[in-house]
Design a protein around this ligand. Structure first.
Ligand code: NDP
Length: 480
């Protein structure tokens, strides 16, 4: 059985305790590899290696850092097929999705920041011929980069690339639920010649590895993407240590369809926003508000479209949905569907676990599910489900839908479908969320600062904001 290893100081190493955890393939529910059950000792070794490497890496010319990162991106592409298969096997998502979204985004992330660091610039503020002020930006040291299981390599590289480009060294902790692509990435780093200690990857449980990493005195900066509860915990233990912290957390994103929307575009985007990656994307549109003039027609079209989505073997190119990430997560989603029913929700389609045949019969599959008839402020419409479940809610007016859309504690993203450009801009400005799409969903420009409002996060990552986050500004005032 494959054994995943930690990547510390340029080498693949066993956890110091010698203990391992089982790694499951969600498509068939079977254990297929072992993951280091790392602890504080492994984190200490990784941080020490990163601290040592920082001395050289932070002084390495930007062009050289950029060249090395570009090599990493090329090496990911050389190993594309292996990474696609690994991501699908580890996470349960269709291979076609991993091949179109997750894996291509990893080299794109790395190339973006490898380029950005060469083109960054600083402003000068002149004081009427008396003085000039400028800002130097210095890397912070050892950065902790903690990523979730839903887009494992995509979100790992989204953090690691700007941290390294800016001259920091990194200790990364991928989710223990999906460690395989991070492991393959560590092998790629070795092959591509990343200097030892610059990136370290420690696998293991959040509870055993996370706290020693985020509270380590030699780690001044923490970039975390994951659930709001974990984010709150990290904020509570790192704030007294005055660490720099970025939190990309959960969402309960509204998708608002006005009567005057381009109907076909709105229906297909609503299905995409609800069910892509089995609904396990922080940006998924899980609350679907549809204006009453088109509500019935829209509902029927969406049901039809959803029934055509094949839940199946992630290896099969016809499968639009694969397995959800784990048995525990599947149960959590099924419990939320049961809760929806108990609150008076009507299941328009789906609502059940899907049992596939043969070797896949123990896999964690859930039918894409549409629920109608729930109040906008009930628990199901307020809390993240993070599965292939969407709640459809009719509305009358613009004011009413803005109020309902803003009613949750989250504020990550929103979509608005209307052919009235003024209304689109007006509603976008009124919705509390870090990202608003008009007439589309999940169209990302890597230059745009990304993040959430309210309980969806603190800080923005993406574009030059990430380079700012991973550096300390030092202002210099020169009397002239
Ligand atoms: P979790 O919060 O459970 O875990 C995220 C990461 O944090 C994992 O690597 C986890 O490790 C680790 N972790 C757990 N406990 C600690 C701790 N005490 N200290 C440090 N790290 C810890 O989230 P999920 O993995 O379940 O991911 C899904 C969540 O992520 C959803 O809420 C989703 O909305 C959110 N998300 C947000 C995004 C955004 O950009 N805003 C993007 C993608 C997802 P382990 O898995 O080993 O427990």
């Amino acid at each position: 059985m494959d054994k995943i290893l930690n990547y510390i100081n340029g080498e693949l190493v066993e956890p110091k305790s010698g203990n391992y955890l089982d790694n499951y393939n969600p498509s068939n529910g079977k254990v297929y590899s072992l993951i280091p059950d790392s602890d504080k000792d492994d984190i200490d070794a990784a941080v020490a290696a990163a601290k040592e490497a920082f001395n050289t890496w932070s002084k390495t010319p930007k062009q050289e850092r950029s060249d090395i990162l570009m090599k990493l991106a090329d090496a990911i592409e050389k190993n594309f097929e292996e990474l696609v298969k690994a991501e699908s096997k580890d996470n349960g998502k269709p291979e076609s999705l991993a091949a179109h979204v997750d894996i291509p985004r990893a080299p794109a992330n790395i190339r973006f920041f490898a380029g950005a660091i060469l083109h960054d610039s600083a402003k000068v503020h002149e004081m009427d011929g008396m003085a000039i002020n400028y800002t130097l930006r210095k890397p912070l040291g050892v950065a902790a980069c903690i990523s979730p299981w839903n887009l494992p390599l995509y979100l790992l590289t989204w953090k690691v690339a700007p941290a390294l480009a800016a001259g920091n060294t990194v200790v990364a902790k991928p989710s223990e639920v999906t460690p395989m692509t991070a492991y393959l990435f560590s092998k790629i780093c070795i092959e591509a010649g990343l200097p030892k200690g610059v990136l370290n990857i420690v696998h293991g449980l959040g509870s055993k590895v996370g706290d020693p990493l985020t509270t380590h005195p030699d780690v001044p900066v923490v970039s975390f993407t994951g659930g709001t509860v974990t984010g709150k915990h990290i904020a509570s233990i790192t704030a007294p240590m005055f660490k720099k912290l970025s939190l990309e957390l959960g969402g309960k994103n509204p998708n608002i369809i006005f009567d005057d929307a381009d109907f076909e575009k709105a229906v297909s985007n609503a299905a995409r926003a609800a069910f892509t990656n089995q609904g396990q994307i922080c940006l998924c549109g899980s609350r679907l508000f549809v204006q009453k003039g088109i509500y019935n027609k829209f509902r029927e079209a969406l049901i039809l479209k959803t029934k055509k989505l094949t839940v199946g073997d992630p290896k099969d190119s016809n499968s639009k949905l694969g397995a959800v990430v784990s048995k525990e997560h599947m149960q959590k989603i099924l419990d939320k569907i049961a809760l929806a029913k108990s609150l008076g929700g009507n299941i328009l389609t789906g609502g059940e676990r899907e049992i596939l045949e043969g070797d896949l019969k123990s896999g964690y599959y859930i039918q894409p599910t549409i629920i109608e008839g729930l109040d906008f402020d009930c628990e199901v419409n307020q809390e993240e489900i993070f599965g292939p479940v969407v709640s459809i809610i009719p509305f009358d007016t613009e004011e009413q839908v803005i109020e309902m859309a803003n009613s949750t504690k989250y504020g990550l993203s929103a979509s608005i479908f209307t052919e009235n450009i003024s209304k689109g801009h007006r509603v976008a400005a009124a919705i509390d969320s870090g990202v608003v799409w008009i007439n589309t969903w999940l169209l990302r420009d890597l230059r745009i600062p990304f993040g959430g409002m309210k309980h969806s996060g603190v800080g923005r990552e993406g574009g030059f904001k990430s380079l700012e986050f991973f550096t300390e500004p030092k202002n210099v005032c020169v009397k002239i």
